[in-house]
Design a protein around this ligand. Structure first.
Ligand code: KPL
Length: 308
């Protein structure tokens, strides 16, 4: 079911990164009546994928591809862009892209800061935090869980409250299950960040499922130190940060106990990891604040030593 086109639907969304989460976002955008154009390196006319939704059978997903799309459907410069590639590929993926000076960019990636310095000064960056889970299943992409997704523009700590949602948000939220624009977006984003900063490198380095961390006393102690260090930085950045991340991290590890974290999967595949956008972001904030994060420092070094 799609929504009839309105003037706001005339502007297509371009998609950078047609992986699990990028395809899910493209599916919801299409359901809401938006045209989605995939940015690909090849000359294929369309991108054909299959989504397996929890609520039903296979859903064919067909996206136009940029190089094969005629100019009236493919306006340039690009005014709306979803960035769903892995964080470390952002700079290469965005390089040379004709982005409008006031483009809207939806960032659907783990970690923080991966688009810093890469967008035009007037771009509107909307950050996305999702608890949904999508996995490759043979040739298809299985949506394991359609959980809450939050969008927002993180105001600087101590700055004004986050802005009102853009006009396209309402139509999209009618077709993207459990999509929210919360007032406390930054804290939600940070909670996800801390979860990733504890679970991802520990599961990657020890090659264990998420639930194993709190079953192993040594890993649980490491997790506690990582959460404490993250809280120290985040509280220094924003005194309203509750500073009690460990129970949330534990709940996330329990809720995803059988999962292979994205960093474990990357390390198993010998692929570049998102450590710089996750623990590295915390470390960079700590450096500016003059704080030391020994547990994060050790983990960043250990992950990079295995997969430079
Ligand atoms: O987001 C995740 C990831 O693996 O990147 C978690 C929540 C840890 C689930 O595996």
């Amino acid at each position: 079911m799609t929504t009839p086109a309105s003037p706001d639907h005339a502007e297509p969304w371009y998609l950078l990164g047609a992986g699990n989460m990028g395809l899910l976002a493209a599916h919801y955008l299409q359901r809401a009546g938006f045209t989605v154009i995939a940015l690909r390196r090849d000359d294929a006319p369309t991108l054909e994928r299959t989504l397996l939704l929890p609520s039903g059978g296979p859903v064919p997903l067909q996206l136009l591809c940029e190089r094969a799309t005629p100019a009236p459907t493919r306006p340039t410069p690009i005014r709306r862009l979803v960035v769903a590639c892995k964080a470390p590929f952002s700079a290469a993926a965005l390089s040379g892209l004709p982005l409008a000076a006031d483009a809207t960019v939806l960032r659907l990636q783990n970690g923080l800061g991966s688009l810093d310095g890469l967008l035009p000064a007037g771009a509107r960056r909307v950050e996305v935090v999702s608890a949904s889970a999508v996995k490759r299943d043979g040739d298809a992409h299985r949506v394991v869980a359609e959980n809450d997704t939050w969008m927002g523009e993180s105001a600087a700590p101590g700055g004004p409250a986050a802005a009102e949602p853009p006009a396209w948000f309402g139509p999209l939220a009618r077709h993207w299950p459990k999509l929210h624009w919360p007032d406390d977006f930054r804290h939600r984003q940070w909670r996800k960040l801390v979860g990733n900063a504890v679970i991802n490198p520990l599961t990657g380095l020890h090659d264990v499922a998420n639930g194993h961390i709190f079953e192993d006393p040594a890993l649980a102690a490491e997790a506690e130190q990582l959460a404490r260090e993250a809280d120290r930085v985040l509280t220094a950045l924003d005194p309203t940060w509750p500073g009690d991340s460990l129970p949330g991290v534990r709940a996330l590890a329990d809720a995803t106990a059988g999962n292979t974290s994205s960093m474990r999967a990357d390390m198993q595949a010998g692929a570049v990891t998102e450590i710089d956008a996750i623990n590295g972001w915390l470390q960079r904030q700590a450096d500016v604040l003059g704080l030391d994060l020994p547990a994060h420092r050790r983990l960043v070094a250990a992950v990079k030593a295995r997969h430079p």
